[in-house]
Design a protein around this ligand. Structure first.
Ligand SMILES: [Zn+2]
Length: 253
């Protein structure tokens, strides 16, 4: 994994980025900046959508009288456009939502993704979300698949996986999900791309400004934590994350 300097002067890891998303829109709101930064650095970013969010996160389409297959196709097309705006590859596993069922078959498909893609960093949901059972289910499968992909004896093609760090991205209601950020990522240089990706999801237009405001707020916190005394003198946009495993380092910085 190589490192690059960001506008904050902090070191940020880059390398193939794997994002495991329960529904088709989740990766855009919660990790669009991280994805766009990776792509802008010339690295691969891949989003795996376990479902289209067809039943639980497509209320407007249901009210418009569309049927299940129409809604899945619509959500797929939107997510593809959003991924393209961010510079990411995207794969849909079409496992169904509400509920997203945790199965060994689906976990095994994720093991194959890990072995093939060899991510340097993994992003997924929080393990707690009292509003949405699909999100923790996706996170549990993402973590279990990582563990299995590391096992030399697990029956899947490719080399055993190393130890890519796992970050939980920010849920919609962070306090209820025990989400206390320990990592603030400066997404200022790519925020325009994130906004464009958000605008690929017209059914959730009410979220565009919400997540723009959230990026400003996290950016203020980043400034305060990054700069000397009262923080950096320029405006920042940021995304917040929580590390699952300890950071490993040869130097405390
Ligand atoms: Zn979701």
């Amino acid at each position: 994994m190589k490192t690059t300097s960001t506008t904050t002067g902090a070191q940020s890891a880059t390398g193939p980025l794997l994002v495991i998303s329960a529904h088709a829109g989740d990766f855009v709101w919660r990790a669009g900046g991280a994805i766009a930064l990776t792509a802008a650095a010339g690295e691969r970013a891949k989003v795996v959508c376990l479902s289209y969010g067809e039943r639980g996160e497509s209320a407007r389409a249901w009210r418009e009288g569309k049927n299940l297959e129409e809604i899945k196709a619509e959500r797929r097309a939107e997510a593809e456009q959003a991924a393209q705006a961010l510079g990411a590859e995207i794969e849909f596993l079409d496992a169904g939502d509400y509920p997203l069922l945790e199965t060994q078959e689906l976990t095994d498909r994720l093991v194959h993704v890990y072995r093939e893609f060899e991510p340097a960093v993994v992003l997924t949901h929080t393990l707690a979300d009292p509003y949405n059972g699909d999100h923790p289910a996706a996170a549990r499968m993402a973590i279990q698949a990582r563990i299995l992909a590391q096992a030399i004896g697990y029956d899947a093609p490719g080399e055993p996986l190393g130890a890519p760090p796992v970050f939980h991205f920010e849920p919609h209601q962070p306090e209820q999900c025990d989400f206390k950020p320990d990592t603030l990522l400066d997404i200022t240089p790519v925020f325009d791309r994130k906004r464009k990706a958000m605008e690929c999801l017209p059914a959730q237009q009410h979220m565009w400004d919400y997540y723009t405001d959230l990026a400003k707020r996290r950016g203020v916190q980043l400034k305060r934590n990054a700069g000397p005394n009262l923080g950096l003198p320029h405006t920042c946009m940021a995304e917040a994350f929580v590390r699952l495993y300890p950071q490993t380092t040869g130097v405390l910085a």
